[in-house]
Design a binder for this molecule. Structure first.
Ligand SMILES: *Cc1c(COP(=O)(O)O)cnc(C)c1O
Length: 464
């Protein structure tokens, strides 16, 4: 329908219409009836085309061919009317389902399958559209976040602490780095970097790349990230990829001798590629000796804390000052669901990040304003990511989550045994966690001697 006829129709129907600048002001901004119909149809299609197909192994993993012919209709403004909107539902879902990340044959980083509870939690929060900055806007979601953080802290083994859900483990690492620096020199918040000594932090060679990103983003500089050697023997399965504590000690000494200021060690619990767990107890000893903040990036490995069988992998984590943990990885909470947890109980997060915006965080509200946790964040609007984890946890219980972890590690053991049985597969290392690293050696290379030429050829195989 043409916009002008539409308006005239409305004006005729609405005797008391308030017209300003040719715009009718009284009445809803959206057509709720047509909108409701659109949502209903879309839900039906999401159910049939995505959720029911996602875990069906006989369905195709990708329907990306559908995307391209449909794409113009999604961006073509002329087809923007509400009446036609429902006819676009199919093309929209075709795009969304172009890759079924929940498909049983979808093997990629980060994903482990679908969790229906966290999916419904997402539907609920998408519909309510809350923002967890103030209690008045999101009372329930703020309390949920507090409860989930408390529970995660229990699993780490701290008696108390604080935390915040962030858009990703990378961001949690950045928060931790900044928090450690703030603790080291609180005046940085007002004075900035000028006048500070050269700050240095330590992490292992196998750490996540977000460490470099955080160091550059925060003005620390990537050259001031000192990479500590990991235990290794590249060609043997004894390689582990864990930080060597003695090497850390040497690096701290080196930094001190250079006259720079060491302030932070970032250990990794579950490295992204090899799945290695740094020896936290020994690293914590060094941190205590040199008075350094210990951050544990357990974005990947943190979920093992839920398993009584595997939590020993993170032995010593209770000695950390901060921990990053992503329930959106092994535990299957929908992306993104990532927490930074902090042992400090002196409101350090708030002191470090607050800007005390008077229009949002008024101090004379009708409720306890300590529930307005928004000023602990670098964000203003923030999604209630903890709710996904909460609903899933409520539905499955700790034992249900524990089963997920145990199953993932059992699957890894099974894969290792299958690799060992098969000709042409070479295991890189005996896994401790769910990462299984192996080479596939094609028949043409199986008789070749292990030397530079062999590795060059093998690399060519893996990239084509
Ligand atoms: C996945 C991962 C991250 C990054 O988490 P995102 O949520 O993807 O930003 C950080 N550290 C480790 C060890 C990881 O495995």
């Amino acid at each position: 329908m043409e916009a002008s006829t539409c308006k005239q129709d409305l004006l005729q129907k609405k005797k008391n219409a308030v017209l300003v600048d040719g715009v009718i002001l009284n009445g809803p901004i959206t057509d709720s009836k047509a909108g409701g119909k659109f949502v209903e149809e879309a839900c039906k299609i999401i159910m049939e085309e995505i959720i029911q197909k996602a875990d069906d192994v006989t369905e195709k993993l990708a329907s990306s061919l559908l995307v391209y012919p449909m794409y113009p209709s999604l961006v073509n403004r002329d087809q923007h009317s509400v009446e036609r909107a429902s006819s676009h539902v199919h093309s929209v879902t075709a795009c969304f389902s172009s890759i079924f990340s929940d498909h049983p044959r979808f093997f990629n980083q980060l994903y482990a399958g679908i969790d229906y509870y966290s999916l419904v939690a997402r539907f609920i929060t998408e519909a309510l559209n809350p923002s967890v900055y103030t209690y008045e806007v999101s009372p329930v979601f703020l309390l949920v976040e507090e409860a989930v953080i408390k529970k995660m802290i229990e699993f780490i083994g701290w008696e108390e602490g604080d935390g915040i859900f962030n858009p990703g483990g990378s961001v949690s690492n950045m928060y931790a780095m900044n928090l450690a620096r703030y603790k080291f020199c609180p005046e940085i918040k007002e004075k900035g970097l000028s006048g500070l000594p050269r700050l240095v932090l330590f992490t292992s060679e196998e750490c996540h790349y977000s460490m470099k990103k955080a160091a550059s983003f925060l003005g620390i500089g990537t050259e001031n990230v000192y990479f500590v050697k990991t235990d290794e023997s590249f060609k043997s399965v004894s390689r582990r990829g864990k930080m060597i504590p003695e090497e850390l000690e040497k690096q701290v000494q080196r930094a001190r001798n250079e006259g720079s200021a060491p302030f932070l060690v970032c250990a990794t619990a579950g490295t992204t590629v090899l799945g290695a767990f740094d020896p936290l107890d020994k690293i914590a000893d060094i941190c205590e000796k040199h008075d350094l903040w210990l951050h544990v990036d357990a974005s990947w490995g943190g979920s093992a804390l839920i398993s009584r069988k595997h939590c020993r992998l993170l032995h010593g984590i209770q000695r950390a000052d901060s921990v990053a943990w992503n329930p959106h990885k092994m535990l299957l909470a929908g992306i993104q669901c990532c927490a930074l947890l902090v042992k400090d109980n002196s409101d350090l997060l708030k002191k470090c990040y607050s800007a005390k915006a008077a229009y949002l965080f008024q101090q004379d509200k009708f409720y306890d304003v300590s529930y307005d946790t928004g000023d602990k964040s670098i964000q203003c609007s923030r999604r209630p990511d903890a709710f996904k984890f909460w609903l899933m946890w409520k539905a499955l219980g700790t034992t249900g989550l524990e089963e997920r972890v145990n199953r993932a590690l059992a699957l890894a053991r099974y894969l290792v045994e299958e690799i060992k049985k098969r000709e042409g597969f070479q295991l890189l290392l005996e896994p401790e966690y769910a990462n299984v690293c192996f080479w596939y050696i094609p028949p043409s290379l199986r008789k070749m001697e292990n030397g530079p030429e062999f590795w060059q050829k093998l690399h060519q195989v893996s990239v084509t």
